[in-house]
Design a protein around this ligand. Structure first.
Ligand code: NAD
Ligand code: UDP
Length: 312
C-alpha cells in the first residue's frame, strides 16, 4: 500500500505517517510547514519508505506512481493559527481539498478527509451526533476554518456521488498529545506550557465551557479503522469524556505539581460553549472507542513537554 498524507509535518499528520509506516505502507507527505515542523517527522526523514515533499497543496499535487490512500490533513488547526492565517486556512480547505479530490480521482485512490467537530459550531444539540447539521456563524472570525471544513465535506460527497471517488470523513474532536507546539495556542499545550513555566493558566471566560479530549494514539487508531472500513458518510472520532475548561486547568496544575494560579481572560468570539461527541456510530461501524483516560494521556503529554524543556 502507498499513501499520501497532506500535512504530515504537523501534530496529527506526523503520528499518522508513523502509524502507516508501522503498518507496512510507504508514505509520501506534502507539507508547506506553515504550522508544522520538520522536527515532527524526526527519524522518518531517513527511511526509504518515507518521502517528504515541501510544498503547498493549493499549488497542485504531483506524485508519480500508484497511490492507494490520501489522508487530507493539511490545514491550520489551532484557533490561534487559523485566526492569524485566515486566507491560507480558507484556501487549504477549498482549493487544497479540491486538488486532493482531483488527485484521488486520477489515482483511483481512497480519500480520507480530516474534518472537525467545528462543523457543528456552537452546538444546540448535545452530545453531537453525525446527523446534527450544526450552528456555525458563516461570517464570524472562526468561519474561515469551520466553513472551509464544511465545504470540504460537501466536496468529498460530491466527488463520491458524481465521480465515484471512495471517501471517508472523520469528524475529529479535540485531540492532544506529544508534538503539539508550545505556542500552539490550543488549551492543553497552553496550560501545560504555562504550568511548567510557573505562569498563571489563562482560562478564557468563566471556564464553564466544556470540551472532550482524545489522546492522539486513540485518534490515529480511529483514522486507520475508518480508512479500512466501508463507511462513506461522516463519523465522529473523539473521546466522550467531557470536562469544564476550568477543571482541566486545575487538573493540569495538580499533575504538573505547579504553584501557578489561574487567571480569567476574555472569552474568544464564537467560542463553542459545549462539545462532546456521540461516538456510537464509530463504536458500531468501526469497532472503535478511545482507551486512553484523560489522566494517562495528560501524564504522557506532560512528560513529553518536560523532556522538550530539558532538551532546549
Ligand atoms: P497542525 O497545524 O499541527 O498540522 C497541520 C499541518 O498542515 C501542518 O504541518 C501545516 O504546515 C500543514 N499545512 C497547512 N496548510 C497547508 C498547505 N496549504 N499545504 C501543505 N501543508 C499545509 O494541526 P493538527 O492538529 O495536526 O491538525 C491536522 C488536521 O486535523 C487539520 O486538518 C485539522 O483541521 C484536523 N483536526 C485536528 C484536530 C485536533 O484536535 N488536533 C481536531 C479536529 C480536526
Ligand atoms: N482556552 C482557554 N485558555 C487557553 C486556550 C483555550 O480557556 O489558553 C479555552 C478556549 O476558549 C476553548 C477551549 O479552551 O473554550 C478549547 O480551546 P482550543 O483552542 O484548544 O480548541 P477549540 O475547541 O476552541 O477549537
Amino acid at each position: 500500500m502507498r499513501a499520501v498524507v497532506t500535512g504530515g509535518a504537523g501534530f496529527l499528520g506526523s503520528h499518522l505517517c508513523e502509524a502507516l509506516l508501522e503498518d507496512g505502507c510507504s508514505v509520501v507527505t506534502i507539507d508547506n510547514l506553515i504550522t508544522g515542523n520538520k522536527e515532527n517527522m524526526g527519524a522518518l526523514l531517513g527511511l526509504s519508505e518515507f518521502e517528504f515533499i515541501e510544498g503547498d497543496i493549493c499549488d497542485g499535487i504531483d506524485v508519480e506512481g500508484d497511490i492507494d490512500m490520501i489522508f487530507h490533513l493539511a490545514s491550520p488547526a489551532s484557533p490561534n493559527d487559523y485566526l492569524n492565517l485566515p486566507i491560507e486556512t480558507l484556501k487549504a480547505g477549498t482549493v487544497g481539498t479540491l486538488n486532493c479530490l482531483e488527485f484521488a480521482q486520477e489515482k483511483s485512490s481512497l480519500f480520507l478527509l480530516a474534518s472537525t467537530s467545528e462543523i457543528y459550531g456552537d452546538p444546540l444539540e448535545h452530545p453531537q451526533r453525525e446527523e446534527y447539521w450544526g450552528n456555525v456563524n458563516p461570517i464570524g472570525v472562526r468561519s474561515v476554518y469551520d466553513e472551509a471544513k464544511r465545504v470540504s465535506e460537501s466536496m468529498a460527497m460530491a466527488y463520491h456521488r458524481e465521480r465515484g471517488v471512495t471517501v471517508r470523513i472523520a469528524r475529529i474532536f479535540n485531540t492532544y498529545g506529544p508534538r503539539m507546539k508550545r505556542d500552539d495556542g490550543r488549551v492543553v499545550p497552553n496550560f501545560i506550557d504555562q504550568a511548567l513555566h510557573g505562569q498563571d493558566l489563562t482560562v478564557f471566560g468563566d471556564g464553564a465551557q466544556t470540551r472532550s479530549f482524545c489522546f492522539v494514539s486513540d485518534l490515529i487508531d480511529g483514522l486507520l479503522k475508518l480508512a479500512r472500513s466501508g463507511v462513506e458518510d461522516p463519523v465522529n472520532l473523539g473521546n466522550p469524556e467531557e470536562v469544564r475548561i476550568v477543571d482541566l486547568a486545575k487538573l493540569i496544575l495538580k499533575m504538573a505539581g505547579s504553584n501557578s494560579g489561574i487567571k480569567f481572560e476574555e472569552l474568544p468570539v464564537d467560542d463553542p460553549r459545549t462539545r462532546r461527541p456521540d461516538i456510537s456510530k464509530a463504536e458500531k461501524l468501526l469497532g472503535w472507542q478511545p482507551n486512553v483516560d484523560l489522566n494517562v494521556g495528560l501524564e504522557k503529554t506532560l512528560a513529553w513537554f518536560r523532556g522538550k524543556l530539558h532538551r532546549s
